[in-house]
Design a protein around this ligand. Sequence first.
Ligand SMILES: [Zn+2]
Length: 129
Amino acid sequence: MAKTRRPLKPEEIQAFKEEILKKKEEFWNQIKQDLMERVGKEYQDLINTVKDEEELAQIDLNEETVLGVLETRKKELEAMSQALWRIDHGEFGKCLQCGQWICLERLQVRPWAVFCLECKEEMERLEKV
Ligand SMILES: [Zn+2]
């Protein structure tokens, strides 16, 4: 895989932002779908209107049901929210660990990545030991 490390252009950042927003919405739709399969009809309309975790928390659902559905996707959702935050604060595209630019090819696959490939691999290596 080629590695292009350089500061991102504003239009590239904008494109990544749109992609993240789109993915996040897809994610939420999946979560809502899962939830609806597990709850009674009386909650389905409510769930349909939910846009984020905060709104979800306001619906009086069985906590275990919600956590069960959210658990597997929580990490990705958090990463997406974090990426959006970083875009708004001008910190998008830099590795949180080493501060270098995350290579463009990696961001294209996973725009919400917060670590460069080298740091990610290093972390995974350490975790396995
Ligand atoms: Zn790094």
